[in-house]
Design a binder for this molecule. Structure first.
Ligand code: C5P
Length: 243
């Protein structure tokens, strides 16, 4: 096969030119980073699992009417996606206190939040992805008012759906990160869900034991990373029982 042109290489994924205009191929690596890439490692087999888990989740979200960049999975590590203009904002949705929220506000990890909280972070590696408010996003033109509204609305719908999906397999959806992109149609831009949804960007705790089934195993040197990702895939019905 002809060598594809690489468009972008991120910490956990590579984007290649797709077969048709307006498409890209998203390749899932085994590389893992944490704390703004200060900690680096490899989780052997992670890319295959994230490709499969993200395919499953994006397909289910499309079924409930969330527009996404996902077209189809191509092989173990690649999926065909729509090319978008990425909005430089990470949207974090939190149901339970953990991670940076616990650290910043001194709220004990595991405490149920009185309501779901949405946070925005400006995507900038050099700045360490600082938290920003909607005021910053609008003032600096990173997204328009209507786009911000669409992103928040979709984030809540995704949270409601995924909280139920994971609760059904005895997993608590503690928090997660979403990214969105624009699709241009003449002068009009539409916001769709982009990137991936996998244990790399979600906190997933077993509801009975509170065992962490996500990237915190890597961030906190707990070990058993790939087994945790496999467990998520298995509970979602994506791996044979006993695998
Ligand atoms: O670190 P923090 O508590 O802010 O992370 C909140 C959620 O967003 C976690 O599920 C984490 O995996 C995700 N996240 C991410 N990528 C980042 C920052 C956070 O996937 N750059």
């Amino acid at each position: 096969m002809a060598r594809r042109r690489q468009i972008y290489e991120g910490k956990a994924k590579i984007l290649y030119e797709g077969p048709e205009p307006g498409t890209l191929i998203q390749y899932f690596k085994d590389d893992a980073t944490a704390f703004n890439a200060q900690k680096k490692g490899t989780i052997s087999g992670k890319g295959v699992l994230n490709n499969r888990i993200s395919e499953h989740v994006f397909t289910l979200l499309a079924n409930i009417g969330i527009p996404t960049h996902f077209i189809r999975r191509l092989n173990m590590r690649e999926q065909l996606i729509r090319q978008v203009e990425i909005v430089p904002i990470e949207v974090v949705v939190r149901n339970v206190a953990a991670g940076s929220l616990s650290k910043r506000l001194g709220i004990e990890e595991g405490q149920q939040l009185p309501r779901t909280i949405i946070e925005y972070y400006y995507k900038d590696d050099a700045l360490g992805d600082p938290m920003v408010t909607d005021e910053h996003i609008l003032a600096f033109g990173w997204a328009a008012q209507e786009e911000l509204h669409d992103m928040a609305d979709m984030a809540i719908r995704v949270n409601d759906f995924l909280s139920g999906l994971f609760a059904g397999v005895n997993i608590r959806l503690v928090d997660f990160k979403l990214e969105f992109g624009r699709i241009w149609d003449n002068d009009y831009a539409r916001i769709i869900l982009a990137d991936e949804i996998s244990p790399d960007g979600c906190r997933l705790w077993d509801m009975t034991s509170n065992e962490k089934l996500d990237k915190d195993r890597f961030r906190r040197d707990l070990g058993g990373e790939v087994e945790a990702y496999q467990e998520v895939a298995r509970r979602l019905g994506l791996l044979p029982e006993g695998a």
